[in-house]
Design a protein around this ligand. Structure first.
Ligand code: PEP
Length: 256
């Protein structure tokens, strides 16, 4: 089974819409059409930037996908400050990150909340990027696989069988996010293989199709080794996605 790697840039709460337009324009200068032959690319700006970035991608026929960083599970209603998957779908958003560890830790998102969001995203024809990953304490106590398995089972539990096969899972060890410390390629591969086996136990036919990204201090120097692993199908990139040249080098990891 060939799985096309997906390289996603999570901009987090950075860049206003003027800066966002500049970044996508720089990125499109850095990447040539053939760079997309064997890889998919998505950028995930803050909500306030989405419409501007969508317009530029459209007008200049850029080949990367538009993504969002979060959404609510409901289509509409009295949820002040929230953005619905129905709204994102209307903006040509392709991928929506759900359950990022920052949302789990800082905004109290449980596996149940993440499951509802993932199902809502899929129902609106977009692809959820479902984040899982253990903390340093959980890794040091030897519980990492158990914790991640529970997150995978819980966070994917509301998807239909067909939706499950299309989902992206991002394995992001919390201790590697924004720290400059990356999981070794072997450790990342071990966990991604475990995630695939958990998915196989739910629906065997989905496991080979599901793309599993690694995230956590990915940069131009470590991307190629991580991506050479058999169960790693791309990267979710935070800090290094804010600079066009470094993100482009990650997209072109095969040239490293
Ligand atoms: C992330 O935001 O998901 C992430 C992995 O960040 P960084 O690449 O900066 O570690």
């Amino acid at each position: 089974m060939t799985r096309i790697p997906l390289i996603s840039g999570n901009w987090k709460m950075n860049l206003n819409h003027f800066e966002a337009i500049q970044l996508v324009q720089k990125l499109s200068y850095e990447l040539r059409n053939h760079d997309y032959d064997a890889v998919e690319v998505s950028v995930h700006p803050p909500f306030t930037d989405l419409r501007s970035v969508q317009t530029v991608i459209d007008a200049d026929r850029m080949l990367f996908h538009l993504g969002a960083q979060n959404c609510h599970a409901e289509d509409s209603g009295a949820f002040t400050g929230e953005v619905s998957p129905a709204m994102l779908g209307k903006m040509d958003v392709t991928f929506v990150i759900v359950g990022h560890s920052e949302r789990r830790a800082l905004f109290g998102e449980t596996n149940e909340v993440v499951a509802a969001k993932a199902a809502a995203v899929a129902t609106h024809g977009m692809t959820p990027i479902v984040c899982v990953g253990e903390t340093l304490e959980e890794r040091e106590s030897g519980d990492a696989q158990v914790i991640v398995e529970a997150q995978v089972r819980g966070s994917l539990s509301s998807l239909s069988g067909d939706q499950l096969a299309e989902v992206i899972v991002a394995y992001e060890p919390v201790w590697a996010i924004g720290t400059g410390v990356t999981a070794s390629a072997d450790d990342a591969q071990l966990m991604c293989a475990h995630i695939r086996s958990v998915i196989a136990s739910v629906r065997k036919s989905a496991a080979d199709k599901v793309r599993i990204q690694y995230g956590g201090s990915v940069n131009a120097a470590n991307a190629a080794e991580l991506m050479s692993m058999s169960d790693i199908d791309g990267a979710l990139v935070g800090g290094a996605s804010l600079e066009a040249a470094s993100f482009a080098r990650i997209v072109n990891f095969k040239d490293a």
